[in-house]
Design a protein. Structure first.
Length: 317
């Protein structure tokens, strides 16, 4: 799934957004001037969150700057015009469309905080938080951007080889490769040390067997980061866990039921089964038997993006 790197920088996307929302020449000139000037220099001090009537107001909160405001305009317009109208359809289907993933990729809304050097957009977590906030402000839960961009892609950024990064990150940024992570199992919920899915060496390959449940993006996933035991005799369970990149078309990788849920109905949540799934040694993500520690390093960001989504939901409600 090779793809040319995203050609525009995040700053370029923001400037494009400014021109999209500025209809007159005068407005364009004003917007261009503001890109290089902080709000304070324009005589418009940026109010803190407690000073603004609502956090939905563009131009408030001091962690943001004018560039962020322009990017937020760009994102908000997409949510209103493209994502809101299809939410009911996604909830009825129990999944988003592949087209909406590609639309988000085309507008630079996936892999926002992933460095451009490895195929991402090249922004920061603040930029990605803007996308998460605007999805929540628009009451759009589908597609599960945060799982794809904020949770799955950083594993490739931090632990992937150059080959793995080149193969997956540009395609994920473009929305043509949908990512998921297989942690939860029927007999092991939040206890990652209690997983039963295992991977055994066979020459230079690995053979994976086991199952996962409640996997967000699982039904449409093109690549799943699978958590598996690789050292059954480890003194501590945490010392014998590894991560693997498993493509959806790999023989033995089966998708089970698309699960019905009380909420987040537009996200595809599925069971995944692995029956003698053979993957090459190059599918190992990071170091062998270091997977548990890689998970512990990345899970805090998952918690943080959940906070961003939740706070935005509270504000809009």
């Amino acid at each position: 799934m090779m793809l040319t790197k995203t050609s525009c920088s995040l700053a370029g996307l923001r400037r494009t957004a400014v021109r999209l929302v500025s209809s007159s020449t005068a407005n364009k000139q004003k917007a261009d001037a503001e890109l290089d000037q902080p709000a304070e220099e324009l005589g418009q001090p940026r109010p803190a969150a407690v000073q603004a009537p609502t956090m939905l107001d563009i131009g408030c909160r001091q962690i943001f700057n004018t560039d962020h405001d322009m990017f937020r305009e760009h994102v908000r317009r997409f949510m209103k015009e493209k994502l809101v109208p299809v939410q009911d359809e996604f909830e009825e289907a129990g999944q988003p469309s592949r087209e909406i993933w590609k639309d988000m990729g085309d507008l630079g809304l996936l892999g926002v905080a992933i460095p451009a050097e490895v195929g991402g957009v090249g922004g920061t977590f603040i930029d990605e938080a803007i996308v998460a906030e605007e999805m929540s402000y628009a009451m759009c839960a589908s597609p599960a951007m945060a799982v794809h961009s904020t949770i799955v892609m950083p594993y490739l950024t931090h632990y992937g080889t150059k080959e793995q990064q080149d193969n997956y990150i540009p395609a994920m940024t473009a929305g043509t490769c949908i990512g998921s992570i297989g942690m939860t199992e029927p007999d092991a919920g939040s206890d990652l040390q209690g997983i039963r899915t295992n991977a055994k060496k066979d020459g230079t390959d690995w053979i994976i067997n086991g199952s996962k449940i409640y996997i967000t993006n699982g039904w449409l996933t093109d690549c799943c980061v699978v958590v598996a035991k690789t050292k059954s005799d480890a003194k501590r369970a945490a010392h014998g866990v590894s991560l693997f990149l498993v493509d959806a078309d790999t023989p033995g990788f089966h998708k089970g039921r698309k699960l019905k849920k009380l909420g987040l109905k537009g996200q595809d949540t599925a069971e995944l089964f692995f029956e003698d799934v053979r993957v090459p040694g190059s599918a190992l993500l990071g170091k062998e038997n270091a997977g548990f520690y890689q998970l512990m390093e990345q899970l805090p960001q998952e918690r943080l993006i959940i906070v961003v989504h939740s706070a935005a939901h509270c504000e809009v409600m």
